[in-house]
Structure formats: structure tokens, C-alpha cells
Design a protein around this ligand. Structure first.
Ligand SMILES: [Zn+2]
Length: 172
């Protein structure tokens, strides 16, 4: 396993719509293991393959450190995830490993249903609320080339662009 470099905004790979995974081979399993290790090291609770520069429909989510309603979610590997349905709405703070030092309130569906394949290639469906619903929407957005800032109002997007430019300049 290896830690891969997390691509940061405005890297164009983050804007790329990822391709469906057709073959589950050793390289794909290695990618998944590396993504899990990279996410844990960051640390983060979710990572999409294009965030490590691979434009494929693969995402990992680990909310096992965050207890919610007395439940802990296991580590999730999502290959070719599809959003089947979305319900309700909730506005909560979000951040992203590709946009360090920036968080904002984002409006999302409160309940989602997703279909994906696991690392053995087995198809499964998942209904989620709360943190997991938020993470699933965030990661599926990544795989479609979207970042959470794309979900902000025009005014907030503008503030983001100006503020983020400043952060980038300070770091350089
Ligand atoms: Zn993200």
C-alpha cells in the first residue's frame, strides 16, 4: 500500500467526469487500498479516485470514527456508484481534502439511496441518512467532476474564489 498525492483545486482532474470500472483487476484493488490509506493519513472521511489523479468511478468512505445515533458505519468501498433517489433537504458544513482550509454550509438531500459494487464486484444498494448521506453525495459529485463549492450560491461561490486565491498565494 502507498499514500498517493491528493490533487488540490484547481487541478483539472477534479473536473473530469470519471469512467466506469469495467474490470476488477489487481491494479484496481491496489488503487482501492492506496485510497483507503491516503484517506486515513490525510485524515479524511471520504476520497474519490480522481482526487488521487485516477479518473475512474471508485470512492471510499470511512465514518467508523464518528458514532452516529449509537451506530458506527463500516468502511465503504464504492465502485461505479449510482444515485438512485434523493429525498428531503439539510444544510450542513462541508469540507474537502482537495480544498484544504475551506469549509462552507452546503445544502444536500437528507436521505439517499445508492447502488454500487463492492471490492469483490458484488452489487449492493444502500439507504443512508445523516453523515453517510452527506458523504455519499459528496463523493458521487467528485466522480461527476463536481466539488462542493459548485453547490453554493453565486454569492458564496464568488467569496470562495476570492478567498481561495488568497490562501493559494499565501502558501506559494
Ligand atoms: Zn471532497
Amino acid at each position: 500500500m502507498a499514500i498517493r498525492e491528493i490533487r488540490k483545486y484547481p487541478d483539472p482532474v477534479l473536473r473530469q467526469k470519471t469512467d466506469r470500472v469495467e474490470t476488477l483487476d489487481a491494479a484496481l484493488l491496489r488503487l482501492i487500498d492506496d485510497m483507503v490509506e491516503t484517506m486515513h493519513a490525510a485524515p479524511g472521511v471520504g476520497l474519490a479516485a480522481n482526487q488521487v489523479g485516477v479518473p475512474l468511478q471508485v470512492a471510499v468512505i470511512d465514518l467508523s470514527s464518528r458514532e452516529e445515533k449509537g451506530q458506527r458505519h463500516p468502511l465503504l468501498v464504492l465502485i461505479n456508484p449510482e444515485m438512485l433517489s434523493q429525498e428531503g433537504s439539510v444544510t450542513e458544513e462541508e469540507g474537502c481534502l482537495s480544498l484544504p482550509e475551506y469549509t462552507e454550509m452546503v445544502k444536500r438531500a437528507s436521505k439517499v439511496k445508492v447502488r454500487a459494487q463492492d471490492r469483490a464486484g458484488k452489487s449492493f444498494e444502500l439507504e443512508a441518512e445523516g453523515l453517510l448521506a452527506k458523504a455519499l453525495q459528496h463523493e458521487i459529485d467528485h466522480l461527476n467532476g463536481l466539488l462542493f463549492v459548485d453547490r453554493l450560491s453565486a454569492l458564496k461561490k464568488d467569496i470562495f474564489k476570492r478567498r481561495y486565491k488568497k490562501v493559494a498565494v499565501q502558501k506559494a
